[in-house]
Design a protein around this ligand. Structure first.
Ligand SMILES: Cc1ncc(COP(=O)(O)O)c(C=O)c1O
Length: 423
């Protein structure tokens, strides 16, 4: 394998033209689209119009004229196409953490309402020890708030299925592990959870926009995910949430499906009634005024993914990660890297992670060379491959930079040691 072979792969790449949809610096190999997606070229003109014309000129009238009020549902319906959901099952709102709070509370409420379930027994929320911390914190916060009724039970990545029993109320997992890129079997875990009478909640933070997910086919109960990663929605982009149609119907006669009852989840917000009456369907999972600038940017990002097609993206993502692992094996052998990601692409998302005792400094040295990945404590180098804009030649260049940084000890220069606030 040579750099020319990689250039040839780029020439043959059916997605190669998609990169032009992004405003990427020329001197950067960007392998951090799993933390913050790149800037779509369409975003700036869109925001310029929303700010200058819609907000600047049309002012409050834009809520109706520019259909601002419909943005959470409109962008949600676009995301639905990427995750195997119906348009009315997804809405954009808040952050992933807040959405998780809402759907977890909703799932627990459904469980208490089920006649066959005794809450005395079914009190476990099952998750993975190595889940993204916010997911675990949200469970801890909500269960503390509810008193001693629930218990968070944490198991290892491969122990989930065996740990599902009749005591479990909710199985809450992240599809792609943030430290290793390992991928759970969403459909088989969901099936097993439901067989045992539990509900399944999936965090799709590192899946949405890069790994095909079919929530309806897998009969998933609830899901959440981020807008700022592979959906290219921009820093702090709104998140999304999914509630299966059957659960929306189950809540039809309930006043509260989830505890964050805000005016935009009300049936008629502009009646300004004193009493909460829920909107029908997914709208009741909205809370407050939607962030229009951020949603406009998110829509541009989601459109970049829809334009490429999720299956084509997955195919290229697998090729990119395969190539990276293979080149690291060939060119960085004996340089202290330990592969943490599954070797088989069927079991990983779109990131490849290595442990290295000096991972922080190694990543800083790479960034200084224009190869941007990130570091996760305590010793993990993470490389994310966003197939919309990462080229095969980028993979080659990244591995060459990694080899040089490790082989020469360049990472050990004093400027690469101090830790920054955001890693
Ligand atoms: C799996 C997972 N869940 C949740 C989050 C955080 O989401 P938010 O900041 O939108 O609450 C992240 C952030 O990286 C994540 O990786």
């Amino acid at each position: 394998m040579t750099r020319d072979d990689c250039l040839e792969l780029d020439r043959k790449d059916p997605l190669a033209a998609q990169r032009a949809a992004f405003a990427l610096p020329e001197d950067v190999v960007y392998l951090d689209g799993n933390s913050l997606g790149a800037l779509p070229r369409a975003t700036l003109p869109r925001l310029q119009r929303v700010v200058e014309y819609e907000w600047g000129q049309r002012l409050i009238r834009a809520w109706n004229e520019a259909a601002w009020i419909e943005l959470p549902r409109r962008v949600g319906a676009k995301i639905a196409r990427l995750i195997g959901a119906s348009p009315h099952e997804v809405i954009c709102a808040d952050s992933t953490s807040v959405n998780l709070f809402k759907v977890l509370a909703a799932a627990l409420k459904l469980q208490t309402a089920r006649p066959q379930v005794s809450m005395r027994e079914r009190r476990v929320i099952l998750s993975e020890r190595d889940n993204f911390p916010t997911d675990l914190y949200v469970v801890q916060g909500l269960t503390d708030w509810l008193g001693a009724r629930y218990e968070l039970r944490l198991v290892g990545f491969n122990e989930v299925t065996a740990a599902i029993d009749e005591s479990v109320a909710v199985v809450l997992l992240t599809h792609i592990n943030f430290r290793t890129g390992a991928k759970h079997s969403l459909s088989s875990i969901t099936y097993r959870a439901q067989q045992a009478g539990a509900l399944a909640i999936w965090d799709l933070a590192d899946s949405a926009g890069v790994v095909p997910v079919d929530l309806n086919a897998a009969h998933v109960d609830f899901a959440v995910g981020c807008g700022y990663k592979y959906l290219n929605g921009g820093p702090g982009a709104p998140a999304f949430l999914y509630v299966a149609d059957r659960h929306q119907k189950a809540f039809a006669n309930e006043r509260f499906a989830q505890p964050l009852a805000g005016w935009l989840g009300h049936r008629a917000p502009f009646d300004f009634a004193a009493d909460y009456e829920p909107a029908a369907g997914i709208d009741r999972f909205a809370v407050g005024t939607p962030p229009i600038l951020a949603l406009a940017a998110l829509e541009c990002g989601v459109d970049t993914v829809l334009a490429a097609g999720i299956d084509a993206l997955r195919a290229k993502s697998v090729q990119l990660t395969e190539l990276f692992i293979r080149l690291v094996e060939e060119r960085c052998d004996g340089l202290g890297l330990q592969l943490l990601s599954p070797r088989d692409a069927a079991y990983r998302g779109s990131q490849v992670c290595y442990a290295h005792p000096h991972a922080w400094s190694v990543m800083q040295a790479l960034i200084a060379r224009g190869v941007i990945g990130d570091f996760r404590a305590p010793d993990i180098l993470r490389f994310g491959f966003a197939p919309l804009y990462v080229r095969f030649a980028d993979v080659w260049d990244a591995v060459e930079a990694l080899r040089e940084v490790l082989a020469t000890g360049a990472w050990d220069r004093p400027e690469f040691h101090p830790r920054r606030l955001v890693t």
